[in-house]
Design a protein around this ligand. Structure first.
Ligand SMILES: N[C@@H](CCC(=O)N[C@@H](CS)C(=O)NCC(=O)O)C(=O)O
Length: 257
């Protein structure tokens, strides 16, 4: 039975999984969900992923959810051509510690600027009742949506989120320095790098790449990630917010980037 991927082109968590699938040369049936239309909240999808978020895979008929779990699962099932996990158990524990940090800090933090800068205008077009019903229907993100409301997150929340990203950049610099680079764990590209990749792509997409511009190890890391063969098929056309939201493309144009 083929691998089935349920995801969204612009979803950062989905991009982790697409990178691993592409790196391993696996055939998969891709289902693209429109998150702003609420495809992830339909009963048939909730039967696969009761959290109402992407990505999910279905392998041999069995759903597997959560991007960090999925990429470890895929690396375990398909270790070739390159395993993305170190063999040494202590190094493996270190990689998992990094992945937990990435999920808790930058991956969570970037939702605030993403929603404020990219999605908010869409939610502002809804009536209050439509917005409340949409927020209410989200199993995992109801409180997040309510905190944002139709006015957006306050500056204090934006500052906190960007502060968490800046601390992540410092942490990356430390990891790269300790391992000798160029990747987080040294010469081997691991699931920790793949977990972090979409965060930096998203920040660049939101015109926030100044956050690491003065940190050479991180700039080098990002340039190298973009040169990896699976990067391009992962970020196929339509994977960036600037491609969907003209106001973001305009911000970029004004910046001359
Ligand atoms: N921990 C989950 C988080 C998944 C997640 O938050 N996915 C976002 C897209 S990156 C989503 O589906 N959001 C839909 C929504 O907020 O309704 C994972 O890593 O898979």
């Amino acid at each position: 039975m083929p691998l089935v991927l349920y995801n969204a082109p612009q979803s950062t968590c989905s991009q982790r999984v697409r990178f691993v699938l592409n790196a391993k040369g696996l055939d998969f049936d891709e289902h693209k969900l429109n998150l702003l239309e609420g495809d992830q909240l339909r009963p048939e999808y909730l039967a696969i992923n009761p959290n109402g978020v992407v990505p999910s895979i279905v392998h041999d008929g069995v759903p597997i959810i959560d991007s960090s779990v999925i990429i470890e699962y895929l690396d375990e099932c398909y270790p070739t051509p390159h395993p993305f996990r170190p063999k040494d158990l202590k190094a493996l524990a270190h990689m998992r510690t990094m992945m937990r940090y990435i999920d808790e800090m930058p991956a969570a933090a970037i939702r605030v600027p993403t929603f404020n800068i990219a999605f908010l205008p869409r939610f502002q077009k809804m009536t209050e009742a439509e917005f409340l019903a949409f927020a209410e229907s989200k199993p995992l993100r109801k409180e997040f949506m309510m905190a944002m409301g139709q006015k957006g997150f306050p500056q204090k929340d934006m500052d906190e989120a960007l502060g968490r990203v800046s601390r992540t950049v410092e942490r990356m610099d430390m990891w790269i320095g300790q391992s000798g680079g160029p990747f987080l764990m040294g010469k081997q590209l691991t699931l920790a790098d793949i977990s972090l990749m979409p965060t930096l792509v998203r920040l660049e997409d939101l015109n926030l790449d100044h956050l690491w511009a003065a940190v050479p190890s991180v700039s080098r890391w990002f340039a190298l990630i973009k040169m990896q063969a699976p990067f391009r098929p992962t970020y196929y056309p339509g994977s960036l917010l600037t491609e969907q939201f003209p106001h973001l493309a305009e911000m970029r144009r004004q910046r001359g980037a």
